[in-house]
Design a protein around this ligand. Sequence first.
Ligand code: ADP
Length: 202
Amino acid sequence: LRSPYHGGHLEVIVGPMFSGKSEELIRRVTRAVIARQRVQVFKPALDDRYHESAVASHAGRTVNAVAVRSARDIRAYLSGEGSLLHAPGDTLPDVIGIDEVQFLDAAIIPLALELADAGVRVILAGLDQDFRAEPFGFIPELLARAESVEKLTAICTVCGAPATRSQRLIGGQPAHFDDPVVLVGAEESYEARCRVHHVLQP
Ligand code: ADP
């Protein structure tokens, strides 16, 4: 599994929900493990502690991961500072994967670049667009800075065409443009949709 790049580099996997981003991250990470490389995977924590967890794809494949709240947590974990877990010590992993990277913070960008400069293969997976089909936070800068970008599509739940967008539904109805990102008490769901079938209520 020789990388075509000369040392560390940044790979980004993007697309809407259900496009197979987690599957692709798991596939790349599993191959690195088979090649006996040292791999560390992270994902955003939903609670306020960092802990051992797993990245799971919608199809059910999983890989071990550490759940973190921020880029700072990743930095602390890698350097062993205050780590509740077994600190990897002074050597960096060969490969670092992060899933759902859009839910972390923009400090991921300098961290990813620093790790790539230090020789690490950094693989980041996340949404490129929010439910409004607007670029998601700091993700555009990651796309600009990556050596490689893979943009995946899902299948539109309405017509079966390739889906590039995540349709947000609230109580079964398309969300409004200015609905808050977190709606307390609402029955919320998401579907993959193509450009034609992605709907935003005005
Ligand atoms: P992502 O990380 O992009 O949300 P996952 O890797 O978790 O995607 O899941 C991808 C899997 O989701 C597909 O392999 C398929 O089994 C399943 N799936 C469910 N709905 C859809 C859809 N509308 N389009 C494509 N795949 C779907």
